[in-house]
Write a protein of this length. Structure first.
Lengths: 294, 531
């Protein structure tokens, strides 16, 4: 065989296993979902002919559609926003030098390493009204006099779900920011201190610009992870009452596997997929530009 | 630099402040601010209107009881409440309730000899305060005008000790109040409902001696029913005083308080944060070893189980948990193996070779990182049934490997790029094949990065839940994340089993994650982005 030809195709052979794996298990499902969303799908899952955008129209006219979309927006914005802010603050603190810093860092990583179902189950138990651990502890400490119903309304339950979402998302942000902070040259701060810059000045003009790349990575990845987050809501409320605490992914799961409305469910899948594509596209543009520069 | 005169003045002011604050604490301790109240007797009289015959009868009855109590030495007061409403026939009815209240106040000093658990805390706090003042004085007697940075060892040690003692006092004060609320409101409430035996009796005798001077005797149970304790004001008066003493002591030690305050806030923040993060894990741990009755008991008082039920572990073992753990291990292990076998060559090509479409492939990798399988659930379940891989462990391995592929390539490429290619080139000149140089030279050098990737993919696959719930229908094929949901059915959740199984599923991965914590961050952001 020709040596140059061999040299030319060699890289592709190295890529091949990875490509096949991803093509079959990532790209193929995408295609299937797209195809289904434009086909008639019976309750039992039998695929019929092409019906244009009827599934999308059905999905949009579902009574819960608006609530679910708004919930998804609240969910993503509140969880990503608050966990980014809190994670940033925690990273700033953990970047200081103090005794026990290593232990503190190891502890902060805990929620990241724990399965979301387990986290959600534990918090589910903690905020139970009748025998939840939070009431128990607060009563014992004498901070409250009577058990508080922490999940009185669905709004409150949704807020708790967002809280758990923030709790499990913080470590990722913290560690992304930390890695950015550690890369900052200390002499910058020393120079700024000599110039008499205040804490806020230093934060605004040195820390934030230099941490921005890692913050962007973590924010974009978080938007995607949080958007896709399923176990927390599924474990804590299952979207009850009447889809008032559902987000897109839990709703489409229920729609497809419980209510057997497979047509609209696939349409919702495609909508979610397109939203993710948009985020991914923006992110990729950013990364590619950096690749060009570096 | 401050002059010795200024330093002396400053130190004297600090010492004076400490003394004044200590005296104030003493004054606040003497205030009768600790209020106890208990309803000793209640009489409800239905269909009774204020002033009518039935009312008079009931009032006499209650007064007679009150007289009995007064003779015994109780200071009881009568309270009446009237509820009026219209019944279904349109008639007006009324219910009069008479309550005999026994309420009294005590001052802080009376706790000292009471022998209650909280008494010892209060005693410790007061000792801390006194010792702190003594230390501060001892540390400044002969060195009152020395500059702060040049204090001799003994004086510095004394002044530091004062700071730490005051910090301890500051923390002990809320503990004292919380213990009182705990014992006097919660524990009494429970004990009066139950049967008095052994330790409880001793506890009640102590309370009787403290609250009533021993006069309640046999009737202590009734006299304590619904005992309430409140002393918030006393705490909020004492706390600022002790805090002022602490600030003065810090001033005495360092000459300024700002730095120490900031450090203190930093430590406080970190400690609160760590406690908060560990809280759900604590709940998981203790609930896992409680009995079923204790997990559902609202008035469960203890921080730890009264009896560690290790039999919970035995119970979940007989309900399939080892099988689920094994499945999880197989799925995560298989996924990791596949992801690395496919990922290492790809990452190697990306890091070391030049070819057309490299950027396209990188874009594809980044894009596929974006798609969590959840949105594609429907497509995946269709694909898997077409491949006859639904409800199989192999199917989950492949899916997990595929969706972690992007991350694996991402991290591995970063590691490979950071290793200089010179060694491999040298080996190639010596006649080594590409494969050989990868296996024998690059991989050993990249071991830390590979281990990080391996653990990361393993944990991701181990924790995966959504796809497994959809794909797996046979109980024997469930991974642990799906397996634990069998303990929570619609009408009943067996919390102790749920958390015992969760614990087994969590501990190994948390430990693994702590191992790679340091490497992970650098890989996450610099691995792909900086390249």
């Amino acid at each position: 065989m020709n040596r140059t030809l061999e040299k030319k195709i060699e890289p592709y052979i190295w890529l091949l296993p990875s490509l096949i794996l991803m093509a079959v298990f990532v790209v193929f499902p995408i295609l299937i979902v797209f195809k289904l969303s434009f086909s008639e799908v019976s309750k039992s899952g039998l695929v019929g002919g092409f019906i244009g955008f009827k599934n999308f129209a059905d999905a949009i006219s579902l009574p819960a559609f608006k609530t679910v979309m708004l919930n998804t927006l609240y969910w993503v914005v509140s969880v990503v926003g608050l966990s980014t802010i809190l994670g940033f603050v925690i990273a700033m603190v953990l970047n200081q030098k103090f005794r026990g810093r290593k232990i503190a860092r190891a502890i902060v990583v805990f929620p990241w390493a724990t399965s979301l179902v387990i986290q959600a189950s534990v918090w589910n138990y903690i905020i139970k009204y009748e025998y939840g651990n939070l009431n128990n502890i607060l009563l014992n400490l004498g901070i409250i006099k009577q058990a508080v119903n922490w999940r009185m309304s669905y709004q409150l339950e949704f807020i708790w779900e967002c809280g758990v979402g923030i709790f499990v998302t913080i470590p990722f942000v913290t560690f992304c920011v930390l890695s950015g902070l550690q890369a900052i040259d200390n002499s910058l701060y020393e120079a700024a201190e000599i110039d008499g810059a205040s804490f806020w000045n230093r934060l605004w003009h040195i820390t934030i610009p230099l941490v921005k790349p890692s913050l962007t990575v973590s924010t974009v990845l978080n938007i995607i992870y949080v958007f896709n987050s399923f176990p927390i809501i599924y474990t804590m409320t299952k979207g009850a009452p009447s889809n008032k605490t559902d987000t897109l992914v839990t709703y489409l799961y229920m729609l497809n596997f419980y209510d057997r409305q497979k047509g609209p469910a696939t349409a919702l899948s495609v909508i979610g997929f397109l939203v993710l594509c948009l985020c991914a596209g923006i992110y990729m543009l950013g990364v590619m530009r950096k690749e060009d520069n570096g | 630099m401050k002059t010795p005169d200024a330093v002396r003045k400053q130190n004297r002011a600090a010492l004076a402040l400490m003394l004044a604050a200590l005296l104030l604490v003493g004054v606040f301790m003497s205030l009768p601010a600790y209020r106890f109240s208990a309803g000793v007797y209640t009489l409800k009289s239905a269909n009774t209107f204020v002033g009518d015959e039935k009312y008079q009868q009931a009032l006499e009855e209650v007064n007679a009881v009150a007289e009995e109590y007064r003779e015994k030495g109780f200071d009881v007061s009568l309270e009446e409440s009237v509820t009026e409403r219209t019944n279904s026939k349109g008639e007006k009815t009324s219910l009069v309730a008479f309550t005999l209240n026994n309420s009294f106040t005590k001052n802080g000093w009376s706790f000292l000899g009471a022998g209650l658990n909280s008494s010892w805390v209060l005693l410790a706090m007061l000792l801390c305060l006194l010792l702190a003042l003594a230390c501060a004085l001892a540390g400044s007697v002969s060195t009152v005008s020395e500059p702060y940075k040049a204090l001799d060892g003994r004086a510095a040690a004394f002044r530091s000790a004062a700071c730490w003692l005051l910090l301890a006092a500051l923390l002990l004060l809320p503990v004292f109040f919380m213990m009182n609320t705990y014992t006097l409101s919660r524990r009494v409430l429970l004990y009066t409902g139950g049967v008095l035996t052994g330790g409880k009796e001793a506890f009640f005798a102590q309370l009787d001696a403290f609250l009533f001077g021993g006069i309640a005797g046999e009737e202590i149970n009734g006299a304590l029913k619904g005992l309430r304790f409140s002393a918030g004001a006393a705490m909020w008066l004492c706390l600022p005083c002790i805090f002022a003493m602490l600030l003065a002591a810090i001033q005495l030690r360092h000459g300024s308080v700002a730095h120490s305050l900031l450090r203190g806030m930093l430590y406080a923040f970190v400690i609160v944060l760590c406690l908060f993060i560990l809280y759900p894990y604590y709940v998981m741990l203790v609930t896992a070893f409680r009995s079923s009755a204790e997990t559902n008991d609202m008035y469960f008082l203890h921080v730890f189980p009264t009896e560690w039920k290790f039999s919970n572990l035995r119970d979940i073992i007989s309900r399939g948990v080892p099988r689920y753990l094994l499945n999880s291990f197989l799925i995560a292990g298989g996924a990791t193996l596949i992801a690395l076998l496919c990922g290492i060559p790809a990452a190697y090509a990306m890091a070391r070779m030049k070819f057309k479409g490299k950027k396209l492939f990188l874009g594809f990798v980044i894009m596929s990182q974006m798609f969590s399988p959840v949105v594609l659930l429907i497509g995946i379940s269709q694909l898997m049934s077409a491949l006859h891989l639904n409800d199989s462990i192999l199917g989950l391995m492949l899916i997990n490997a595929a969706f972690n592929q992007a991350f694996a390539i991402w991290l591995l490429r970063g590691t490979f790029v950071s290793i200089s290619p010179e060694m491999e080139q040298a080996a190639r000149i010596d006649g080594c094949t590409t494969m050989g140089s990868l296996l024998h030279i690059l991989l050993p050098m990249a071991a830390p990065g590979i281990v990080t990737t391996l653990i990361f993919v393993f944990i991701n696959s181990w924790n995966e839940y959504t796809i497994s719930t959809v794909l797996i229908s046979t109980a024997a094929n469930r991974p642990i994340t799906v397996g634990i949901t069998q303990f929570s059915s619609f009408n009943m959740i067996e919390w102790q089993y749920l958390f015992a199984a969760s614990l087994l599923a969590t501990v190994p991965v948390v430990i693994l994650f702590m191992c790679i914590e340091k490497h992970l961050t650098s890989g996450l952001t610099s691995g792909g982005v900086k390249g």
